[in-house]
Design a protein around this ligand. Structure first.
Ligand code: LLP
Length: 437
């Protein structure tokens, strides 16, 4: 089921027009109350997506750790914790958030190449499940802090398997040129020295290859490499009990069918089963990406004699940076339109301009040429004051937002079936300066 859909209005005065709904709530009703720009999430979609992964991998009963960096809103984390999710955190701040909502620390894994001593101590004191360790120096630091605290800490070695996930270079993490993880030779060296670390229990292997990954093949390649490494672990008396395959499960940004959890499961489950290990997963984008949209209002239309037409709106790259940073494609469409929202868009193809549509650039007000949400995009003709929805914005949208150009950040709204509530207030100018002395 699609939780954001256009419905035909059957009553006058808007008879026949298509209007965007989030579950059973008319999106314009939300905007009338909270203003723009606004992130709107479907609570139902978040749970549906979480359960789709859970069901697909049910034969292995994995520990699913929602990747907090994709969307760290407290209400969203709490919704997932209540559904049984664990959490993948990458900073003391993310750990603080999940502890704040009462998440079970024994379902928290901690990744990242540069965990500092304060973060490590904080995580150990709060009894998290496992650290995903990214270098021998980090391992030594964790060992030292654990020993000081008189604890033995469970860790997984994050392996860099040198597998190409065939995604954007800036979101590729498991190739040899990337800063993440430990190569197999160095990991072997760590195994040989494992006895040196009395504060550490080496219990897992972790990989995160990149994101989004559109086929199962990179996971298969990486799992085969991990499986080959297991005898070396055994040889040094180290029993690997957990395999963590990270995140990266794709979503459709264009309406096209893409690989789904059941497809990943079909290829991944047999390989993990062979190892006899328990599975850990760290999905972020799959759970929240298509469960959220960003709503913006058109401030001005600007046409140039060079033949360009700009739709200037009140959201900007500081609200959603993915198009600027990765040339990411986010479908964009007016909240109300007589032109039906296309089922699929083909970003690589030359735009076809149908009746009632035109080619425009959808841009924000920030003083950067890269502040563009959609370039040369076919859109129904819009006018100043109209509302636009930018789709697939639930993951790495608000969580990567900033105050650049001293712009207060957008509010976040959660829809639950028939009703909606604000889960993060819109920032004010006062908030912008509140920490400055
Ligand atoms: N686990 C680890 C160790 C990660 O580094 C990440 C994402 C995930 C899990 C979750 O990946 P997901 O399931 O969400 O694909 N800002 C970029 C994505 C960067 C992802 C960084 N790591 C974007 O907007 O596409």
């Amino acid at each position: 089921m699609n939780h954001f859909e256009y419905r035909k209005i059957v009553n006058p005065p808007f008879f026949g027009r298509n209007e965007l709904f989030c579950d059973n709530v008319r999106v314009e009703d939300i905007v009338s109350s909270v203003g723009t720009p606004a992130y709107i999430y479907s609570g139902k979609a978040i749970l549906t997506n979480f359960n789709e992964i859970k069901d697909a991998f049910a034969p292995l009963n994995p520990l699913i750790c929602f990747s907090v960096k994709s969307n760290s809103n407290l209400t969203i984390c709490k919704t997932l914790a209540e559904a049984g999710s664990g959490f993948d955190v990458v900073s003391g701040g993310e750990l603080y958030r999940v502890l704040k909502i009462g998440a079970d620390p024994s379902k928290v894994v901690f990744a990242g190449v540069g965990k500092n001593s304060n973060e490590i101590r904080y995580a150990i004191e709060n009894n998290i499940f496992m650290f995903n360790v990214e270098s021998q120096n980090e391992l030594e630091n964790i060992n030292k802090i654990a020993t000081d605290l008189n604890k033995i800490v469970r860790i997984a070695l994050r392996i860099n398997p040198d597998v190409d996930p065939r995604t954007h270079a800036k979101t590729t993490t498991g190739k040899k040129e990337n800063k993440f993880g430990i190569d197999f030779v160095t990991a072997g060296k760590i195994l040989r020295q494992a006895r040196k670390y009395p504060g550490i229990k080496l219990a897992g292997l972790h990989v995160h290859l990149g994101s989004p990954i559109y086929t199962t093949e990179p996971y298969v390649k990486a799992l085969k490499k991990l499986t080959k490494f297991l005898p070396e672990c055994n040889q040094y008396g180290i029993k690997i009990e957990y395999i963590n395959i990270g995140g990266g499960y794709c979503i459709s940004y264009t309406g096209e069918e893409v690989t789904r959890p059941a497809d990943y499961a079909m290829d991944i489950i047999p390989l993990v089963r062979q190892t006899g290990c328990k599975l850990i997963m760290e999905p972020g984008r799959f759970i929240v990406g298509n469960a959220g949209i960003l709503i913006t209002r058109v401030t001005y239309i600007k046409e140039s004699s060079y033949g360009k037409k700009f739709v200037i709106c009140d959201a900007a790259m500081n609200d959603l940076i993915r198009p600027t940073l990765y040339d990411a494609y986010h479908r964009t469409w007016p909240l109300k339109s007589n032109v039906p929202y296309p089922k699929i868009e083909y970003p690589e193809e030359k735009p076809i301009v149908k009746r009632g549509t035109e080619v425009v650039d959808v841009v924000g007000p920030v003083c950067e040429s890269s502040d563009v949400f959609a370039k040369n995009r076919v859109l129904p003709k819009v006018k100043e004051g109209d509302l636009l929805a930018i789709f697939s914005a639930g993951a790495y949208g608000f969580s990567m937002s900033s105050n650049y150009n001293s712009r207060p950040r957008a509010c976040e709204i959660m829809v639950n079936g028939e009703s909606f509530s604000t889960i993060r207030k819109r920032e004010t100018c006062e908030d912008l300066i509140s920490l400055e002395l």
